[in-house]
Design a protein around this ligand. Structure first.
Ligand code: NCD
Ligand code: ZN
Ligand code: ZN
Length: 353
């Protein structure tokens, strides 16, 4: 059995839920799940309670991270109707600025387009700007990036019309990058039609045509990101279930299975899970850090037994090929066959290096 030895993977889109919703996830469980999935660094989204939108809330999130994280991390700021003026001074401490231009879970929706210019102008051009923008709103976001002459990263591209629009922008040479999630690559709305709240996610799963368009335009997709969005089993069973799927522990096995099936290559994965995230988000190298993977291990993604506190997966029962065996983070064996071996607080803030 020969193991692959890969550099530490980076997930640029993770909902850690701390502060405010640690019954769903916290910095310890999220980063344990990351290590188990082969991710040695995560970028944490700002739609927490309170949301991370100013110095006080950034300090709150980073203090919890410093005490509890097992893996390395950085924390995003979120744009609001009123915080543009405060953002530049915090830019170097943040993973990037996240703008919620389409409606989703949390309180950060910037529904009124007249709120956008102040935020596009305020955030430094050389720091990452990420948008949740679906369908026509995605085109509006590209227009604003153009108007204010700055790079833009588009989160979780889900639909054919979106990837074609981004392709057109790239063909013009516009500085736009984007990510796709495993669930938009491997699932369609039809696959979850009978699952009620368990199938709710934003952007909603597309049609087979949408999914196929992502595969057909993989060259346009710069990054694979999980959008790990843990909610509890109880919450997913409610009448108004919160949208989101856990994803940290299933992404790599699913993608390696696609490699086994000849749908993409190991280099395709390394580019989108390591090199491109580091380049686009300007992340420092993690020295003496690697992931050992058994590409031949066949197993079934379980119903339970994950490190994520949500402890479920939309892919439970899927037969996959490829398994993370060990993770070494900054010279220390951090994960070994189902056990996290580094303590809470071992993780570094990648924006403090
Ligand atoms: C995310 C969440 O739960 O925070 N939910 C989701 O369905 N993806 C929010 C988001 O990423 O849009
Ligand atoms: Zn989103
Ligand atoms: Zn998200």
């Amino acid at each position: 059995m020969s193991l692959l030895r890969w550099p530490g993977l980076v997930d640029v889109h993770v909902h850690v839920r701390e502060p405010g919703a640690t019954h769903k996830e916290d910095w310890s469980t999220a980063t344990a799940a990351a290590l188990a999935g082969g991710f040695t660094a995560i970028l944490a989204m700002p739609n927490t309670k309170p949301p991370v939108v100013n110095e006080a809330s950034l300090n709150l999130a980073l203090d919890a991270a410093r005490r509890k994280a097992h893996a390395d991390y950085a924390q995003y700021l979120g744009g609001t109707a009123t915080n543009a003026a405060e953002l530049p001074a915090l830019a170097r401490r943040a993973a990037g600025l996240k703008l919620y231009l389409s409606h989703t879970y949390g309180l950060l929706w910037l529904q009124d387009m007249s709120l956008w210019p102040a935020l596009f102008r305020a955030w430094p051009k050389n720091r990452p700007l990420v948008v949740h923008a679906e369908r026509h709103t995605l085109a509006a976001a590209l227009f604003f990036a153009r108007l204010y002459d700055r790079p833009l990263h588009i989160a979780h591209v889900a639909y054919r019309e979106e990837i074609l629009t981004i392709r057109a922008a790239k063909e013009r040479g516009w500085p736009v990058t984007c990510e796709v999630t495993p669930h938009h690559l491997f699932l369609t709305a039809a696959d979850v039609a009978d699952r009620g709240g368990w199938g709710e996610v934003r952007p909603r799963l597309g049609t087979a045509r949408d999914r196929d368009a992502l595969w057909d335009n993989l060259a346009v997709c710069d990054v694979f990101a999980t959008d790990h969005a843990p909610h509890t089993r109880e919450e997913k069973s409610w009448p108004n279930p919160p949208p989101g799927f856990p994803g940290l522990e299933t992404a790599l096995p699913l993608l390696l299975t696609a490699v086994h099936q000849g749908r993409l290559t190991h280099d395709d994965l390394l580019l989108r899970l390591h090199a491109n995230p580091r380049r686009i988000f300007d992340l420092p190298a993690q020295p003496d850090t690697w992931v050992e993977i058994d590409p031949a291990a066949e197993w079934t993604l379980p119903e339970r037994g994950y490190f994520t506190r949500a402890d479920w997966s939309p892919f439970a029962g899927w037969r996959v090929r490829g398994r993370v065996r060990r993770v070494t983070l900054r010279g220390r064996l951090a994960y070994d066959d189902g056990r996290v071996l580094v303590p809470s607080g071992y993780g570094h803030n990648l924006r403090e290096a």
